[in-house]
Design a protein around this ligand. Structure first.
Ligand SMILES: *Cc1c(COP(=O)(O)O)cnc(C)c1O
Length: 409
């Protein structure tokens, strides 16, 4: 078994060889920050170092000088132009199919409602028991509202949804299936292309939740033939606390699928202020109210970095990071009653891993006190999220070394 010096030397060597290592210096590291290892960039990404200047420039030059004219200068277009950038950099979506607006929860509601309305006569929504809580709750609400039935697939919380399970669950009564591409607990990476095909064969529509994928693993919405997708921008995309969500509607549904929150910003002619709602053509029809322009600024800085790095290079580093975390856990934790609750095979692994032990809730508090910051996920999981652009291998080493000390104690 390699000892600590070997593993620390390995961490240094991995950092040395990392083609993305320069990006780490482009995140903000405020004076006096007490963080030893940030292992939660998959819940809230770090801010870009360029952000204070971007915000300052926006406030002085755009908001401060252009005032209301800013809306027609360009802000009204941001939901779609930023959506296009995101589609290209992270989602495998051709322009005109992605908007940035609302929260994931609200966007999910809007697109899931549009989807079930597009399959009249079919009464079932298929989802899985380990889907993220907001997804489960929103779909429960839609089922109650539209008199539909939820069909639950039992997924193993240490793994995730498989094509075989979906094939066994869908049928002529399925309107919609909703799954996470990367499971929020285990990090399991679903075979989205196969699952999409299986659902389509049954005549159902597919909505993917990409919260833990966007900016971490390559997503190919157009290639998969996905119908709808949603995701947040504050995780791997560094959009900041409360940054808006994105929504994808495949072009083939434009003009037919209709979302339920009819606001003026989704209207064909918002400034005519006329009677009656007539949705805008294309993806703009997904909008409801005034877009959160200020809250998109950090996302723009995040996208600058993602575009420069490229999602394939991000994925390559992500796999090395999780592989190294697994190696450390193997050497230090698994003989101490700690269990892995994530896939081992790299092709089924997203950007984080989860390890579990009965006392991990208390141990998480102790880690936070030491400046080692993973996430706790009930009932007993420590989730180690490794944002590729901002995390070093030495940081992973030092974080897990702190965990080792606590599990030995
Ligand atoms: C983080 C996350 C959300 C968050 O939804 P909000 O509306 O932004 O709070 C939804 N789904 C998944 C899978 C997530 O990981």
């Amino acid at each position: 078994m390699p000892d600590r010096t070997d593993l620390l030397a390995k961490a240094h060597a991995l950092d040395e060889a990392d083609p993305l290592r320069g990006f780490r210096d482009r995140f903000l590291t405020p004076d006096g920050a007490d963080v030893v290892a940030y292992l939660d960039g998959n819940s809230l990404g770090r801010p870009a170092g360029a952000l204070p200047e971007h915000m300052d420039r926006f406030i002085h030059q755009q908001w401060g000088q252009r005032l209301i004219r800013g809306w027609t200068d360009e802000w009204l277009d941001w939901p779609v132009t930023v959506g296009d950038r995101l589609g290209r950099a992270a989602l495998g979506a051709e322009p005109g199919q992605v908007v940035v607006a609302d929260s994931t929860t609200v966007m999910l509601y809007k697109l899931a409602r549009a989807a079930v309305a597009a399959r009249p006569g079919r009464r079932e929504i298929v989802l899985d028991t380990d889907n993220f809580p907001t997804d489960r709750y929103v779909l429960e609400g839609i089922a109650a509202e539209r008199d539909l039935v939820l069909k639950w697939i039992e997924t193993d919380p240490a793994a995730g949804i498989t094509d075989e399970q979906v094939a066994a669950a869908v049928g002529p009564d399925t309107a919609l299936v909703v799954f996470s591409h990367v499971a929020y607990r285990s990090g399991y990476l679903a075979d989205a292309e196969a699952i999409t095909r299986t659902a389509h064969r049954a005549g159902a529509l597919v909505l993917w939740d990409l919260c833990h994928s966007a900016g971490s693993v390559p997503v190919e919405l157009d290639e998969w033939g996905a119908d709808f997708a949603v995701g947040c921008t504050y995780k791997y995309l560094n959009g900041g606390p409360g940054s808006p969500a994105f929504g994808y509607v495949n072009r083939r549904h434009h003009g037919s699928a209709q979302q339920p929150i009819w606001g003026w910003m989704g209207h064909r002619e918002p400034f005519e202020m006329g009677p009656g709602y007539h949705p805008a053509d294309g993806i703009r029809g997904v909008l409801s109210g005034t877009p959160p322009i200020l809250a998109m600024l950090p996302l723009l800085a995040g996208l600058d970095m993602l575009e420069e790095a490229g999602i394939e290079a991000v994925r390559a580093k992500s796999l090395l990071l999780t592989e190294f975390a697994l190696e450390l856990a193997e050497s230090w934790l698994f003989d101490r009653g700690v269990q892995l609750a994530s896939p081992r095979e790299s092709e089924r692994r997203g950007g984080h891993i989860t390890v579990r032990r009965a006392d991990f809730r208390e141990i998480t508090d102790k880690l936070w006190d030491r400046g080692v910051i993973p996430d706790f996920r009930a009932p007993d999981g420590i989730r180690i999220g490794l944002a590729p652009l901002s995390t070093s291998f030495v940081e992973v080493h030092n974080g897990l070394a702190a965990l080792r000390e606590l599990v030995v104690a």
